[in-house]
Design a protein. Structure first.
Lengths: 116, 114
């Protein structure tokens, strides 16, 4: 069975400092990996994905993530955090071999708080 | 706007009542998902529709939950005989098709069962 772990319920960072949100996964075969962000009272927004190819993927709003197969991780990073990055971040995984596109597994989410 | 819309945005109901939640996906999107978001629990997959294929209902928590998608567009999630543990935010998402990956989410319906 597939699973996603976001080990930190909350990450606090000062504006201008690097931001990292951790994600590890467990899946049979090769994973498809995703990051979504949820701003208050809004639906989730797609940030970036890893399907194949370069392990470092770049996404919206200056975010990037690195796929590490040996550590089964897909940590989200931003070199310099903004107060406006304060939101709830979700990691998601889907096995590439899944017969059903419905089998996305989301993590519990990590609340990011960026202070001025 | 061309995004996913959901209605109502908030619903308060008494235990034992039935509720219907509506989702209007992005026009032309063939895939539609329902998720449940509970505090601290992340997103729980409920059901998935893809075109005219039989829906994947494997995430529905009980037979009190059902969903339909009419005409390949609008979807309705129905919860019968609501229980307090059904209180959550119900999110709908749509995806363009089989070779795309990004899901586009609606703002959700916050359901409170009293």
């Amino acid at each position: 069975a597939q699973s996603v772990a976001q080990p930190e319920d909350q990450v606090n960072v000062a504006e201008g400092n690097p931001l990292t949100v951790k994600c590890t996964y467990s899946v049979s075969g090769n994973p498809y990996l995703f990051w979504y962000v949820q701003y208050p009272n809004r639906g989730l927004q797609f940030l970036l994905k890893y399907i194949t190819g370069d392990n470092l993927v770049k996404g919206s709003y200056g975010f990037e993530a690195e796929f590490n197969k040996s550590q089964t991780s897909f940590h989200l990073k931003k070199p310099s955090a903004l107060v406006s990055d304060s939101a709830l971040y979700f990691c998601a995984v889907r096995p590439s071999s899944s017969d059903s596109w419905g089998k996305f597994q989301f993590g519990a989410g990590t609340q990011v708080v960026v202070t001025p | 706007g061309a995004g996913v819309s959901q209605s109502p945005s908030n619903k308060v109901t008494e235990k034992g009542k039935d509720v219907e939640l509506r989702c209007d996906p992005i026009s032309g999107h063939t895939a539609l998902y329902w998720y449940r978001q509970s505090l601290g629990q992340g997103l729980e997959f409920l059901i998935y529709f893809q075109g005219n294929s039989a829906p994947d209902k494997s995430g529905l928590p009980s037979d009190r939950f059902s969903a339909e998608r009419t005409g390949g567009s609008v979807s309705t999630l129905t919860i019968q005989r609501t229980q307090q543990e059904d209180s959550a935010v119900y999110l709908c998402a749509s995806r363009a098709g089989q070779v795309t990956y990004e899901q586009y989410f609606g703002p959700g319906t916050r359901l409170t069962v009293t």
